[in-house]
Design a protein around this ligand. Structure first.
Ligand SMILES: Cc1cc2nc3c(=O)[nH]c(=O)nc-3n(C[C@H](O)[C@H](O)[C@H](O)COP(=O)(O)OP(=O)(O)OC[C@H]3O[C@@H](n4cnc5c(N)ncnc54)[C@H](O)[C@@H]3O)c2cc1C
Length: 395
């Protein structure tokens, strides 16, 4: 197989485009194959964590993202019964990040910013309507097949990055198992332009509301609030996506307020899965192709961007001859372990905490909030800085 001197990337989501921008700017030619006719518009991730903003700043993408989003310097835990439980302020970790806040902004804004910045760059190519349908590799190189206009085309490269989302064709073609489970609950996301600040005093833009019967979180993005509920009753997918059902959930958010103006209702399955390996030869898995988790804590896309930056930095160093080939081995070692130790562990823990019936969670949160050293440690973890430090320790 003759390797064309490029890195091939499957998928132009936030993770694939961060990898592409990083590599292209680092002197590595990339071709991104995107299945869709344009960048996805779907509103999924909305929270960008401090270290992710630091990484995006290095690509020149943080400033335009912040300009299109909302800065959230603090977040709150509440309960339906007790009101505000605890507020955590990122100022406590301002010494370890240039962005001591979350940014609330749709992920589709990031992909648009990156694409607009990279178009025309000599090392960057993006092909729409180009689904990757298969992968083959040998010692000399790697190739993908692309389904285009009813025909199958082959494109070769030196490496392949599978950033093609949860149903990754790259992962399946490589025969890599996606270990884990799917929760019986489904996630219902309801968005409304209703101004919650006007009725809940002191509310921040990111709020987790614990309740043993029906917990939810309430997140603000420019012009909208998104309320996210887990639904586990026997009601069908069709039923839970009706306006009536959505209104019944929203009526539990602020006593006495009902009949909200509703913009969108979207239902998602919720999984906890990690690929058995993030690397096979010249092929790598990043983002949702490598790991998926419940959205509590906003770690899926953020973790995926951390994968992309980790991998792209190593590939670029090897490409330029600044590091030996063994440098690339550290990607799988570091990112898979921190995905298991942090992203999977804490998103599962977050879900259990919010639905726990007793006072234990409430008391432990209040104890953390009352102790500056524990608050700092907690913020290092939820902002994902601790997971990046742990990755570095792994060598
Ligand atoms: C309701 C909800 C809220 C969330 N909130 C957050 C949050 O606040 N913070 C956070 O970090 N995460 C959040 N997530 C998770 C986040 O949305 C995902 O982790 C993120 O989209 C992963 O990015 P990705 O680029 O890996 O994959 P995707 O965004 O799925 O992008 C994959 C791309 O690959 C393309 N593609 C697919 N198959 C092929 C193929 N065969 N060939 C070529 N192209 C292909 C797709 O068209 C798509 O453009 C949330 C998820 C949900 C459902």
């Amino acid at each position: 197989m003759s390797a064309q001197d490029r890195v091939l990337i499957a998928g132009a989501g936030p993770v694939g485009l961060v990898a592409a921008a990083h590599l292209a700017r680092g002197g590595v030619p990339v071709t991104v194959f995107e299945e869709g006719p344009r960048l996805a518009e779907e509103s999924r991730a909305s929270t960008f964590h401090p270290p992710t903003l630091d990484m995006l700043a290095a690509l020149g993408a943080a400033e335009p993202l912040i300009a299109q989003g909302l800065k959230a310097p603090a977040f709150q835990y509440r309960t339906k019964r007790h009101g505000l439980l605890a507020q955590f302020d990122f100022a406590a970790i301002a010494d370890v990040t240039k962005h001591p806040y979350r940014v609330q902004c749709e992920q589709s804004k990031l992909t648009r910013i990156l694409y607009d910045q990279m178009r025309g760059h000599p090392n960057f190519e993006l092909q729409f309507d180009s689904p990757v349908t298969g992968v083959s590799q040998d010692e000399a190189g790697i190739a993908v097949t692309i389904g285009r206009n009813g025909r199958s085309e082959r494109r070769a490269g030196r490496f392949l990055i599978g950033a093609d989302g949860a149903s990754s064709v790259v992962r399946r073609s490589l025969g890599i198992e996606f270990e884990g489970f799917t929760w019986p609950d489904r996630l219902l996301v309801i968005s409304t332009p209703f101004d919650f600040h006007s009725v809940i005093s002191g509310l921040t833009s990111v709020n987790y509301v614990a309740d043993p019967e029906r917990w939810y979180f309430l997140l603000q993005i420019p012009g909208l609030w998104r309320a996210m509920f887990l639904v586990n009753e026997d009601a069908s997918d069709e039923r839970v996506q009706t306006r009536e059902f959505a209104q019944s959930l929203m009526a539990g958010v602020v006593p006495g307020i009902s009949n909200y103006e509703i913009d969108h209702i979207t239902l998602y399955k919720v999984h906890q899965r990690v690929a058995k390996s993030f690397r096979q030869g010249r092929a790598f898995l990043v983002g949702d192709a490598a790991h998926i988790n419940n959205p509590l804590g906003g770690m899926g896309m953020n973790g995926g961007i951390h994968d992309a930056v980790n991998l792209a930095a190593r590939l670029a160093a090897v490409w330029r001859g600044d590091a030996p080939d063994s440098e690339i081995d550290r990607f799988d070692k570091q990112r898979r372990l921190v995905t298991l130790e942090y992203i999977q562990k804490y998103t599962i823990q977050n879900k259990k905490n919010l639905e726990s019936p007793g006072d234990e969670f409430r008391q432990s949160l209040q104890a953390i909030a009352a102790d500056p050293a524990r608050t700092r440690e907690y913020l290092m973890r939820v902002s994902m800085i601790a997971s990046l430090q742990r990755a570095e320790e792994l060598g």
